[in-house]
Design a protein. Structure first.
Length: 115
């Protein structure tokens, strides 16, 4: 698998980039409480494409990455770095925080039940 430079003297595998993108894209989308369809409408693509990116079957262009980041209200680099929920949650209103935290708890419970 090809290696890509990441920071100084550190390398990550291409699969890791796809995993981070898929995980972070879904994570930030869920924090905002928007569906794949909502995100697709915001960036002008099909919901199928969003699903394929989140399941690592497709990798978006640089332009698409910028549109995705803008729609998710994050910097494009955040799509490829480990997420820090506390920073994202601090920037939300109290109603958004409650809704997002509840969604994360529900999703975690579903994942634990159905693995």
């Amino acid at each position: 698998m090809p290696l890509l430079p990441f920071k100084r003297d550190t390398y990550i595998e291409m699969a890791d980039v796809r995993i981070l993108l898929a995980k972070n894209m879904k994570h930030f989308r869920e924090i905002l409480g928007i569906s794949q369809m909502d995100l697709a409408e915001k960036i002008g693509c099909s919901p199928t494409l969003i699903g394929k990116i989140e399941t690592m079957k497709r990798f978006p262009s640089a332009d698409s990455l910028n549109r995705i980041a803008e729609a998710l209200k994050i910097a494009p680099a955040a799509l490829f770095t480990e997420t820090d929920n506390s920073k994202v949650i601090k920037s939300m209103t109290s109603q958004q925080k409650r809704k997002s935290l509840l969604k994360m708890k529900v999703n975690k419970a579903i994942d634990e039940l159905f693995g």
